[in-house]
Design a binder for this molecule. Structure first.
Ligand code: S3P
Length: 443
């Protein structure tokens, strides 16, 4: 492979991963706490907010829209402080395009947040974000009365024109997506009448769990359904953000792969829509377990234990479970490459529209390792090669995708020879302290 981007050498860990650690705050909950606090009347106190490039995109956007952000870096690396929202006054007309960086969550949630107000905002993003599908959001929001220009565009840059006369919507979602669900519900809060959505499979429900704290009633009339009756208003709320299970997946999988490892990750969100990766690891015969230790707001939190697992077996993941582990599939695919048999992630087509085409990127990255992986329609299949030591001098490309950067770095960290990862600094998007954290467990 010829890569012209800067390469980072990732050396093998000098010792097994042992001990206890906390991972940074959950990215999904951090975005939501910032955005909902900005929408609310009054001053919200936030703690444990993830300090990463993606969350900074949301912070920058809400400041441009008139929220007052006073968050300070804490000794543990998180952000804590206050956000004073625009409340009943609504967001201010932004003077410049809102730069969403690499963040799909910022973009899609902002569209729902802005739709009910008399504002016009242009949303822009980096190259990756500018390729991601936005038609799934603009379609239903346009049905509610918002308008988007240019009219026939389904990717950024897009200009949204909101309206205070938003109509409610009943919407059968074509994909299980928490971002889409949230965008419609946020718009629905201000529409006169009941806005209802149903998903084809369950996605993370942080929005449904967080909004009641901000004074917004969200009903769940049936499986995979949520509804809000508008108009309602948000009031300030204090939010403690728990650790991110998607970040926890990386040290957990590192422990599973590195002989002699045994670790515990504390204060992790164990939201039912986020722990699919643990269930798959268990089905693969990995030494993992988790236990609830309490709650953080309405989120269930707890400990995750993971240890070296010498007898990994292939697993099959059904389409209805994909949304519950969608961000962890690349690293699970790496674990699957060490398992006996063919692991199948069935109905994993959404991977093609993430920060990069992760469906193809996983196949290509595993090919670098000499592992056979392929697609059968939307099924991603990996034929494990347990016991095979990777060749020396391997070079992987993150394609500027944070989860791929961390996945391929695990090959070097848990193996016996260094690897090089191009554009490794993509980790700044969700887990800037990833390397230090993993190394701290192996010292
Ligand atoms: C997210 C939802 C998921 C996930 C993303 C964060 C969220 O995206 O992949 O990293 O915070 O709502 P989709 O809604 O597109 O599945």
């Amino acid at each position: 492979m010829l890569i012209s981007a800067p390469l980072t050498t990732i050396e093998p860990l000098g010792a097994p991963l042992v001990g206890t650690m906390r991972v940074p705050g959950d990215k999904s909950i951090s975005h939501r706490s910032v955005l909902f606090a900005a929408m609310a009347e009054g001053t919200s106190h936030l703690r444990g907010v993830l300090d990463s490039a993606d969350v900074r995109s949301s912070l920058g956007a809400v400041e441009a829209l008139g929220a007052q952000v006073d968050l300070q870096k804490q000794p543990d690396g998180s952000l804590a402080g206050t956000v004073t929202g625009w409340g009943q006054a609504g967001p201010r007309q932004p003077e410049a395009p809102l730069d969403c960086g690499n963040s799909g969550t910022t973009t899609r949630l902002l569209m729902g947040l802005l739709a009910p107000w008399d504002v016009e905002a242009t949303l822009v993003g980096d190259d990756s974000l500018s390729r991601r599908p936005m038609g799934r959001i603009t379609g239903p929001l346009a049905q509610m009365g918002a308008s988007f220009s240019p009219q026939d565009r389904t990717t950024l840059p897009l200009t949204l024109r909101g309206t205070t006369g938003l109509a409610p919507l009943r919407y059968e979602m074509p994909v299980a997506s928490a971002q889409l669900k949230t965008a419609i519900l946020l718009a629905g809060i201000f529409a006169r009448g009941t806005t209802w959505v149903r998903e084809p499979a369950p996605s993370r429900d942080h929005t449904e769990l967080l909004l009641p704290g901000f004074g917004v009633e969200v009903e769940r009339p049936g499986d995979c359904q949520a509804q809000v009756s508008g108009p309602q208003s948000l009031h300030a709320c204090d939010v403690d953000v728990p650790g991110d299970p998607s970040s926890a997946a990386f040290p957990a999988c590192a422990a599973v792969l590195r002989p002699g490892s045994r670790i515990t990750l504390e204060n992790v969100s164990l939201n039912g829509g986020r722990i699919g990766f643990l269930q798959v690891l268990k089905a693969m015969n990995a030494q993992v377990s988790w236990e609830q230790t309490g709650t953080c707001g309405h989120e269930v939190i707890g400990r995750v234990h993971a240890a070296y697992s010498s007898d990994l077996q292939a697993a099959t993941v059904e389409p209805c479970s994909i949304a519950g582990m969608v961000d962890e599939i690349p690293v699970l695919a790496l674990v699957a490459s060490h398992a006996r048999g063919v692991t199948r992630f069935c109905g994993a087509g959404e991977l093609r529209v993430k920060e990069t085409d992760r469906f193809q990127a996983v196949i290509d990255g595993l090919a670098v390792l000499g592992v056979c992986a392929w697609g059968e329609g939307d099924d991603l299949c990996i034929e494990g090669q347990p016991g095979q030591a990777p060749a020396q001098g391997l070079v992987f490309d993150s394609l500027d995708d944070h989860r791929l950067a961390m996945t391929w770095s695990l090959v070097g960290l848990t193996g016996t020879s260094p690897v090089q990862v191009a554009r490794f600094d993509a980790i700044r998007i969700s887990y800037p302290t990833f390397l230090e954290d993993i190394r701290s467990l192996a010292s």
